[in-house]
Write a protein that binds this ligand. Structure first.
Ligand SMILES: Cc1cc2nc3c(=O)[nH]c(=O)nc-3n(C[C@H](O)[C@H](O)[C@H](O)COP(=O)(O)OP(=O)(O)OC[C@H]3O[C@@H](n4cnc5c(N)ncnc54)[C@H](O)[C@@H]3O)c2cc1C
Length: 456
């Protein structure tokens, strides 16, 4: 079949089959490679629906047909590549519909960095942004249940998605949000495609309720899907399908609109930076630091530090001359610090507060607590960066080092863990396996062990 010719009859957006573009879209940030037949840039939900209907109608005759939705392609597990149709949302479907201090409704293709500018005008942020915040789209963040430096305090993106519009495998768009028992009963009695999904999902989750709840990983950051344990809560009577779609990596349907909850941007933040001689006693040091309830706790190692030094000119390109010169000047004291020996690990402990004074107090309290145990944890030195301006340099190094590594080292890639999705759910929502078909499913609850392992 001439896929481009067929799609052009039903698609208002752009379609591209040039070798150069298909080559570009054959990669995300993983080591996998799958070359699409055609890349589409949808202009509207109608475009998305038309493609889904087309693929559904022709899947039996052409089993290789499938759809992979894509934001900015920074996925590290092969989630944003496919062999048939890739739909890139970041060209046209990137409108911010509305934003208030409490919430924002946005199309999936908007870049987080642009979204952030708009929410900050309201004094608010979406705090689950990943380290790839300058590259990622909000749709990719939702589909990957992304989390990052603020997730210790706020959790991941699933905590902030209050409503989704999704195109499901029947080609219709549905709004999903948390609903109560009464609303659930009404949905289940609809007797249509949507009603059947609600009824069968509920049956599955309620019949295996205890087993599913027991399988919930006890970790602070788990971005894997499907988070079945968060969908149905017998105690509150709330049934929330957004929890299934956030983190599903586009395997169950295509997100066309997202309503996010926002939190007030904290006015002040600051860091205590610890330079460690080695990482032997991290097991004891980490709980000690956590007692002080930091907002953020991140690290980078000596190799990352060397990398940042070696590729320092790359920061010029990324930051522009003014911020780059500022970075160099602020790094001078740290250069002197290196004369005392290269730290094995640098820990960044961030505190937030309503006033600069409150932040300073928190930073000082941890500093004081650890100072007495400096020898025990082999802490080479401390740096108090008790204001945002002073701590910025560390965040620049932390956030951008991996991106520099990716752009400079071409022959090495991080090895991803293999995702496995719960087969019963995948089959229910996507019976013909049209969405991201190369993502693996698993039939039994061995899945949960794999799932827990991945969470680490
Ligand atoms: C340097 C670097 C640092 C990173 N740091 C972090 C980090 O700190 N934390 C973290 O969680 N991740 C991190 N990541 C992974 C990745 O950047 C994030 O998950 C990011 O949110 C993905 O956004 P994206 O727009 O690139 O999505 P893409 O890669 O384009 O897509 C991600 C997944 O979402 C699906 N998808 C995209 N749009 C839709 C849609 N409209 N409907 C349904 N499914 C859709 C895709 O099919 C794919 O499975 C990092 C990656 C890199 C390269």
């Amino acid at each position: 079949m001439d896929l481009q010719a067929e799609l052009s009859k039903i698609f208002q957006g752009d379609l591209d089959t040039t070798d150069e573009l298909r080559e570009f879209y054959s990669h995300d940030a993983s080591l996998f490679e799958l070359k699409p037949q055609v890349v589409g840039f949808p202009k509207s939900t109608q475009d998305v629906q038309n493609v889904v209907r087309f693929v559904t109608a022709n899947k039996q005759a052409y089993p290789e047909l499938s759809i992979v939705p894509r934001g900015r392609g920074t996925d590290m597990s092969g989630g944003a590549i496919g062999q048939s149709v890739v739909l890139d949302f970041s060209k046209y479907m990137k409108q911010l519909h509305e934003v208030t201090p409490e919430s924002a409704r946005v199309q999936p293709g908007m870049l987080f960095r642009e979204f952030d500018v708009e929410t900050l005008k309201q004094g608010s942020i979406l705090p689950s942004y990943p380290a790839s915040r300058d590259m990622a789209s909000v749709g990719g963040m939702a589909s990957n249940n992304s989390g990052g430096e603020k997730s210790l305090e706020y959790g991941k993106t699933d905590n902030f998605v209050s409503e989704l519009s999704v195109v499901l495998s029947d080609g219709n768009e549905y709004v999903i949000r948390p609903i109560n028992r009464e609303e659930l009963t009404a949905k289940m009695n609809q007797g249509d495609f949507e009603g059947n999904l609600y009824a069968r999902t509920f049956e599955l989750l309620d019949a295996h309720y205890d087993e599913i709840q027991a399988a919930k990983p006890k970790v602070s950051k788990d971005s894997t899907g499907y988070h079945l344990w968060n969908v149905w809560n017998r105690e509150t009577g709330i049934f929330d399908l957004t929890k299934l779609f956030v983190g599903a990596q586009g395997t169950l349907g295509i997100i066309t609109d997202i309503k996010f909850k926002l939190v007030p941007a904290r006015k002040h933040s600051g860091l205590l930076v610890l330079f460690l001689k080695n990482s032997n006693d991290l097991g004891e040091l980490i709980p000690k630091v956590l007692e002080h309830k930091p907002a953020t706790f991140e690290s980078f190692d000596d190799k990352t530090l060397w990398l940042s030094i070696r590729f320092m000119p790359s920061f010029l390109k990324m930051l522009g001359p003014v911020r780059f010169i500022h970075l160099l000047i602020t790094l001078i004291p740290d250069g002197l610090q290196l004369l005392h020996g290269i730290p094995k690990l640098i820990l960044l402990v961030e505190f937030n507060g309503e006033t600069a004074e409150e932040v300073r107090e928190k930073v000082k309290a941890l500093h004081k607590d650890l100072k007495g145990q400096r020898a025990r944890y082999e802490i080479n030195g401390f740096e108090e960066a008790a204001s945002e301006g002073k701590s910025e340099k560390f965040w620049i190094l932390r956030r951008n080092s991996f991106q520099i590594l990716r752009s400079k080292v071409k022959d090495k890639h991080t090895a991803p863990y293999i995702d496995s999705y719960f087969k019963d759910v995948k089959q229910l929502y996507d019976p013909q396996n049209i969405f991201n078909p190369h993502k693996k499913t698993d039939a039994d609850w061995d899945f949960s062990y794999e799932h827990i392992r991945q969470s680490f």
